[in-house]
Design a protein around this ligand. Structure first.
Ligand SMILES: *[C@@H]1O[C@H](CO)[C@@H](O)[C@H](O)[C@H]1NC(C)=O
Ligand SMILES: *[C@@H]1O[C@H](CO)[C@@H](O)[C@H](O)[C@H]1NC(C)=O
Length: 360
């Protein structure tokens, strides 16, 4: 090529110039994107920006994972599960997804009216009174029973929750024996050293061995979860039984239960901030995989967040405790972040396509 006198009519000099221009353009774009990304993290100030990976681990596993959704038969749980399952089916078949089968692990002890719609395994709730009204303590017990009774084809498991919506095809984020998890900014084992030490004795190592996570979302080898789940149950029950721990951890006690139990088994998680996004705090979907709609989204008609104050426009799962939200929810006003718009559109798409949405 270089030896040729002329390349058609375009001089090599111009080509080089064009190439260079393109490089500069791309470089600027990348800088812009990276700058934007980092500044939005700073502005929000919610997350520890460090994504830690165990040394020498890279590349994704590619093995399929089974999606396990723990749920109850309450109407509030059911409508969320139906939306969750709709998006699982849609994203499962998209290139880049490593999703395998799906099970709703229904821990209310009896079949319900979604058995034909969603693949479900029924397990028992904790014996009366043991959960002390803290229903999520049933989760570890549900996993213990499900792992014991089910034949699961996949080597890996994603522990998911009803208020999760898949917005991108989810690959297997685990690496071999290392599970992956989403780091929650409010799980801070080091801030609770004294309490953690009741369950994670000093001889096992620093409290920083306890990851800032809960059990969901986590992608983990089935064999590893089989070891952790009984400990998770035991630790969570002991934590709930201890007034000091119960007070310190409150509604996230069971998350600490999982974090401590995995540390007791010497299991560290790869922390993936891109695992999940939480509107209204996270503004963009980008390359993240799961929308977690646990926070209410309240806005005025100017598109300004009025968090903690009921907005003129709102989407809050807690507005629908006794039954499903109606189909075709109104879209947020202009100026509301993409993450919230996408969430409402995802809910609307699911409810429009699920038969008997408001009658089941
Ligand atoms: C948890 O495990 C400990 C030690 O193995 C045992 O003594 C205790 O009874 C268990 N607690 C529960 C609630 O299962
Ligand atoms: C959904 O609601 C909008 C108004 O908010 C209306 O214009 C539209 O026709 C509705 N779509 C369906 C499918 O009902």
């Amino acid at each position: 090529m270089i030896g040729r006198k002329n390349m058609g009519r375009v001089s090599p000099f111009l080509l080089v110039l064009l190439g260079f221009g393109f490089f500069i353009g791309t470089y600027n774009l990348l800088t812009l994107v990276m700058h934007k990304g980092s500044s939005s993290v700073k502005e929000e100030g919610l997350y520890d920006p460090i994504v830690r990976r165990p040394d020498g681990v890279s590349g994704e596993t590619g093995a399929k994972f089974h999606v396990a959704l723990t749920a109850t038969d309450a109407p509030y749980s059911k409508w969320q599960c139906r939306i969750m399952y709709y998006w699982y089916k849609k994203m499962r078949d998209v290139l880049g997804s490593d999703m395998g089968g799906f099970t709703r692990v229904l821990h209310s002890g009896n079949p319900d009216n979604l058995m034909d719609e969603i693949p479900t395994v029924v397990v028992d709730p904790l014996p009366e009174g043991l959960d002390r009204g803290y229903i999520v303590l049933n989760r570890p017990w549900a996993f213990v029973q499900w792992l014991e009774k089910a034949t699961i084809e996949e080597e890996y498991i994603l522990m998911a929750e009803p208020d999760h919506i898949f917005v991108n095809p989810l690959p297997n984020l685990a690496h071999g024996d290392h599970p992956s998890a989403f780091p929650f900014f409010y799980i801070k084992p080091s801030d609770h050293e004294k309490v953690i030490r009741k369950y994670y004795p000093e001889e096992l190592g620093p409290v920083t061995n306890v990851d800032p996570i809960g059990n969901s979302p986590v992608i983990i080898k089935k064999s590893t979860l089989e070891k952790i789940a009984p400990t998770w149950m035991n630790v969570s029950l002991r934590m709930k039984d201890d007034p000091e721990t119960d007070k310190a951890f409150g509604w996230v006690l069971e998350m600490y239960g999982y974090a401590v139990a995995s540390a007791l088994h010497g299991v560290r998680h790869i922390l993936r901030k891109d695992f999940m996004l939480q509107p209204p705090w996270d503004l963009e979907i980008g390359n993240k995989f799961i929308i977690h709609y646990t926070y209410g989204c309240d806005y005025n008609m100017k598109g300004e967040l009025t968090y903690g104050k009921i907005g003129e426009w709102r989407f809050d799962k807690r507005s629908h405790l006794n039954g499903p939200p109606p189909r075709n929810l109104s879209l947020p006003p202009p100026g509301v972040p993409e993450s919230v718009v996408r969430l409402v559109k995802a809910v609307n798409e699911a409810t429009a396509n699920i038969p008997n949405w408001d009658t089941l």
